[in-house]
Design a protein around this ligand. Structure first.
Ligand code: ZN
Ligand code: MN
Length: 477
């Protein structure tokens, strides 16, 4: 199979659970992890005669999401019934939006490993309610239904068919998740089901522009499966077409244990759902004041923050991207700079030591910004070597405390006394006579080796610049 001759076309439909206390059309709690069927009422159980009432908080969060994606928010949108039968859908329909959604035509830009900066279109963003959950592993040979999730508020964000590889799909989703976390409208936790993604996938020969028959891949239930699932489906389609077959429009379920996809059912067309306007709800009308209020609740968005960091702190776009990867990291970085650290040095420390430490400790940035600024200052002033500074950082992260006091207690303060350094230099040169000979014969790159040996002999305490100067003097004589 020759993937280079093929182009993959992917569009994503992302369902995002909004961060609200209560459900979309009733007052039931949305808290995760409650005993099954304890957060239900006549509305979300679909009992006859129960009437839905929209959740204003959910509508506000949805509008914020739409604005952050640059969508046009429509002053009037319509709730619609999407009719289908499933055991976890007691009403027999889901309240969603169809031909008049909350918002349309936005964009999301992300960095593609293959194509650089890519801007995907956001075709639409609409409000809907979640279904319940079928539980297959609770009772032997029986499926249970938990309706706690029934009626939980969701937005569905539909991208155009603008992604060209499984890796791009992942990058798009990562960027979308980052944006939604920045604006705080969802916890985006894929494991808890608050971010779910379905992918429309098709393939075409390189150079073709028409869209071929697509399949929809579902059940991608962890971030790490996005790329794998789409790769499996892409490869299946290419193999199928190359062997003379053709792709059937159908829904494919991803099995993460087997890393395979299998057909679930033939894919429905939208007319199969017999959409019609929800008779129990009036049109959703948003005033300009309401939309403006949501706009004012938005923080600085990741792309704007990144551009500002490039301009204000002279960081490269790559460094600024890492440092603004989350709001917490970006705030931390700015605090380190405001505490007096040089911006590039602060970025270097945040991108390496601070993020590595956070990764091992539940994303906690354990060294206070002021303490990190002090460590950076100790390196700049020649009091600590880089190596020693990393040790001090680790110690402050684990136990807290004041960097200089810790450096002194650990005996890491750099020795800048040339007599002391000369002693280590003499020992090193005495122990490496052959290298000294080679150096004197012109192999001057051995200087790095000698400096390394002096650092080793001094247990990292020698000032490396001073060590090099003393070495040069002694080797010249
Ligand atoms: Zn309810
Ligand atoms: Mn949906």
């Amino acid at each position: 199979m020759t993937t280079a001759a093929w182009e993959t076309v992917i569009g994503l439909e992302t369902h995002v659970q909004l961060r609200t206390k209560s459900k979309m059309f009733c007052g039931c709690a949305t808290a995760f992890g409650a005993p099954p069927n304890t957060q239900v009422c006549p509305v979300c159980l679909g009992l006859p005669g129960a009437l839905p009432a929209p959740n204003g908080a959910a509508i506000g969060l949805a509008v914020r999401g739409a604005l952050a994606l640059g969508c046009t928010v429509h002053p009037r949108s319509i709730f619609a019934r999407k009719n289908y039968f499933y055991p976890d859908l007691p009403k027999g329909y889901q309240i969603s939006q169809f031909d008049q959604p909350l918002a349309t035509s936005g964009t999301l830009s992300f960095v593609s490993a293959e194509r650089g900066f890519v801007t995907a279109t956001i075709v639409r963003l609409h409000l809907e309610e979640d279904a319940g959950k079928s539980v297959h592993d609770r009772f032997p040979k029986a499926t249970a239904v938990d309706l706690n999730r029934s009626g939980v508020p969701l937005i569905e964000i539909v991208s155009g068919p603008d992604l060209r590889s499984p890796a791009e799909a992942r990058a798009y989703l990562q960027t979308l998740k980052q944006l939604l976390e920045y604006i705080g409208i969802s916890d985006c936790d894929m494991e808890k089901g608050s971010l779910r993604v379905d992918a429309n996938v098709s393939v075409r020969r390189a150079g073709e522009t028409a869209l071929n028959t697509r399949t929809e891949v579902k059940n991608i239930n962890a971030f790490s499966f996005v790329e794998k699932a789409l790769t499996v489906e892409r490869d299946r389609q290419i193999a199928l077409v190359e062997s003379g077959g053709s792709v059937t429009q159908q829904t494919m379920l991803y099995d993460s244990k087997e890393n395979t996809v299998r057909p679930q059912r033939s894919k429905e067309e939208s007319h199969d759902y017999r959409y019609f306007p929800e008779p129990d709800l009036p049109p959703l009308v948003l005033t300009p004041e309401f939309v403006a209020e949501q706009q004012s609740e938005l923080p600085e968005l990741p792309a704007a923050k990144r551009d500002r960091f490039v301009a204000a702190y002279a960081l490269t776009r790559e460094h600024a991207t890492v440092v603004t990867s989350s709001r917490a990291v970006a705030d931390y970085y700015e605090h380190v700079v405001h505490a007096g650290a040089e911006p590039q040095a602060a970025a270097n420390w945040v991108m390496t030591e601070a993020l590595a430490d956070a990764k091992d400790h539940q994303e906690q940035l354990r060294v206070a910004p002021g303490a990190l600024a002090q460590i950076i200052a100790l390196v700049k002033g020649g009091t600590l070597s880089n190596q020693a500074a990393k040790k001090v950082f680790g110690e402050v992260a684990a136990k807290g405390g004041e960097p200089r006091t810790i450096a002194e207690a650990l005996g890491l303060i750099q020795v800048a006394d040339s007599n002391v350094v000369a002693g280590w230099v003499t020992d090193v040169l005495g122990a490496h006579a052959p290298e000294v000979g080679r150096y004197k014969n012109g192999e001057t790159k051995l200087m790095a080796f000698f400096v390394g040996q002096v650092m080793r002999a001094s247990k990292g305490k020698a000032d490396p610049k001073l060590a090099q100067r003393v070495l040069e003097e002694k080797l010249a004589s």
